[in-house]
Design a protein around this ligand. Structure first.
Ligand code: ATP
Length: 227
């Protein structure tokens, strides 16, 4: 039986009173790697924001990792985000502290207490993105690709049921994009479910997978042509 981690039925996405997407019907099953593509301004980020509780779902049905989006309360949002790993285009690391302390900050904020367990977890996630040897560095001492790998490690800390990556390669050159994509592919192979917004069609061709497209206020699944 597939386990559904995200399901939207006849949902609409709004930015304030502006309708951005309507009649959205999307499901993501555990273990899938799903792309969300579409031209700039078609609503990919707005869609992602609705999923992690940054925009309210005011019309239609939506459930993500067990949370009912239409009835989501402000107080639920930190708990929802613990079950999601969110990765952004601009990494969003804290520049005033080392890689390790960036990760410790998240563990402290999410209720971890046992210091030895925290160290073990940080080592494990940094190992997954091949950044274990650079835990003492500050983000500004790292390349863009390395910073994004740390951001992916941070997203993995609390063993998320779904990773939402919004243009994770948007600030990276093509070769570095492939390196980051390899990391995402690897963690997907190890069981993590990933929804990734991108407009990098080269990545889609290189790593084909289920693809949803935003266009004309709708989201629909597209079948990739083999070239
Ligand atoms: N904070 C906001 N308030 C009002 N409208 C917004 C806001 N943010 C985005 N929009 C509008 O919502 C629409 C969708 O934008 P969104 O950023 O979701 O698109 P996108 O597909 O992610 O684009 P990009 O690839 O450039 O990030 C655009 O018309 C945009 O102008």
């Amino acid at each position: 039986m597939p386990e559904t981690v995200l399901s939207l039925k006849n949902a609409s996405v709004f930015q304030r009173e502006n309708l951005i997407l309507s009649d959205v019907n999307v499901t993501v099953e555990k273990g899938e790697f799903v792309y969300l593509i579409g031209k700039t301004g078609t609503g990919k980020s707005s869609f992602m924001k609705t999923l992690y509780g940054d925009l309210p779902l005011t019309k239609g049905e939506g459930n993500i990792v067990g949370y009912d989006l239409p009835t989501l309360k402000e107080n639920d949002i930190p708990f929802l985000r613990r079950k999601l790993g969110v990765v952004f285009q601009d990494f969003k690391l804290l520049n005033d502290r080392t890689v390790k302390n960036n990760l410790l900050f998240v563990l402290n904020a999410t209720g971890w207490k046992d210091k030895a367990a925290m160290d073990t977890r940080i080592d494990a996630v940094l190992d997954k993105v091949a950044m274990k040897t650079k835990s003492f560095k500050y983000p500004y001492q790292l390349s863009g690709g390395e910073q994004q790998r740390v951001a992916i490690a941070r997203a993995l800390l609390n063993d998320p049921e779904l990773i939402l990556a919004d243009e994770p390669t948007g600030n990276l050159d093509p070769q570095t994009s492939v390196e980051v994509m390899e990391v995402l592919q690897e963690i997907n192979k190890n069981g993590n479910t990933i929804l990734m917004a991108t407009h990098d069609y080269a990545l889609l061709l290189k790593y084909p997978s289920k693809t949803l497209k935003c266009d004309e206020n709708q989201i629909f699944e597209v079948v990739q042509k083999t070239v």
